[in-house]
Design a protein around this ligand. Structure first.
Ligand code: NAP
Length: 252
């Protein structure tokens, strides 16, 4: 499914020959949504990617003057179609992700594969599609959203933790490879953030996680977006290959 909402139909000049363009995957809700809003406030024209929530993504795109494009990031053909529609991207935020709370021994191979398909292959598909333009321009910003669980590991979230750990390895290795091309690659590792992803946790579990966090509370999507915004900015020109915890100290 590839839907175009918002400003599709604008001329090439209107579509960003002047403004830089950012693409945020999984921007219909939660952290991705906050990133899209922050990058728009920073002056980027933002492509709001989503998988199912066309209406929410379209509403956001209209509000921030961007465009919403549907694509399952795990599907390379859909991602290519999205980039064909979006045009050249100067800043890429690989945020789309799914979680799975299950014992490792109850996790089926299909479930394991789906977690990796979205969280890891998704980043691969997005970065591969964004790179030709960035390499040609010898500049670009890539920010990958991992998780504190990718650093610490979480019981009953082994597949999720392993996929998020893969993203930290990807960040460091790719930063080395792309440094000579003037492209920075960084990673944010959020702690427990108040979004739909944690909706399955009951009040007691959320309170326990807040208690375990040195700053004694959950984070907000906007607090993660502030760091992503910095990493996509000119100010972060000498920052690459970093895994930055946005976690209230949870990852220490
Ligand atoms: P969320 O509220 O569940 O939102 C997930 C977003 O990803 C939605 O926009 C969803 O689109 C999109 N998405 C899911 N699967 C997709 C796919 N296959 N292709 C394209 N888009 C897809 O999640 P969140 O809490 O904001 O999490 C965002 C990222 O932060 C994830 O990578 C997550 O692992 C990471 N993270 C979250 C937390 C936390 O505590 N919340 C902590 C650490 C890391 P639709 O709306 O269309 O379904």
């Amino acid at each position: 499914m590839t839907g175009l909402e918002g400003s599709a139909g604008l001329s090439a000049a209107e579509r960003g020959t002047v403004m830089k363009k950012a693409l945020v995957s999984g921007a219909s809700r939660g952290i991705g949504r906050a990133c899209a809003e922050a990058l728009s406030a920073d002056g980027f024209r933002v492509v709001v990617n989503y998988r199912e929530n066309r209406e929410k993504a379209g509403e956001l795109a209209r509000r921030i003057g961007g465009e919403a494009i549907g694509a399952d990031v795990s599907d390379p053909t859909a991602v290519k179609r999205m980039f064909d529609a979006a045009g050249d991207i100067d800043a890429l935020v690989c945020n789309a992700g799914i979680a799975l709370q299950k014992l490792f021994t109850d996790t089926s191979y299909e479930e394991w594969r789906r977690i990796f398909a979205v969280n890891v292959d998704g980043a691969y598909n997005l970065i591969r599609a964004a790179l030709p333009h960035m390499i040609h321009e010898k500049r670009g910003r890539i920010v990958i959203v991992s998780s504190v669980w990718g650093v610490r590991g979480a019981s009953c979230e082994v597949a999720y933790s392993a996929s998020k750990a893969a993203l930290t390895g990807l960040t460091r290795a790719l930063a080395k490879e792309l440094g000579p091309s003037g492209i920075t690659v960084n990673c944010v590792a959020p702690g427990v953030i108040d979004t739909d992803m944690n909706a399955a946790l009951d009040t007691e579990a959320l309170a326990e996680l807040a208690d375990e966090t040195p700053l004694c509370r959950l984070g907000t999507p906007e607090e993660v977006a502030e760091v992503v915004s910095f990493l996509c900015s000119e100010k972060a020109g000498f920052v690459t290959g970093q895994i930055i915890g946005v976690d209230g100290g949870f990852g220490m």
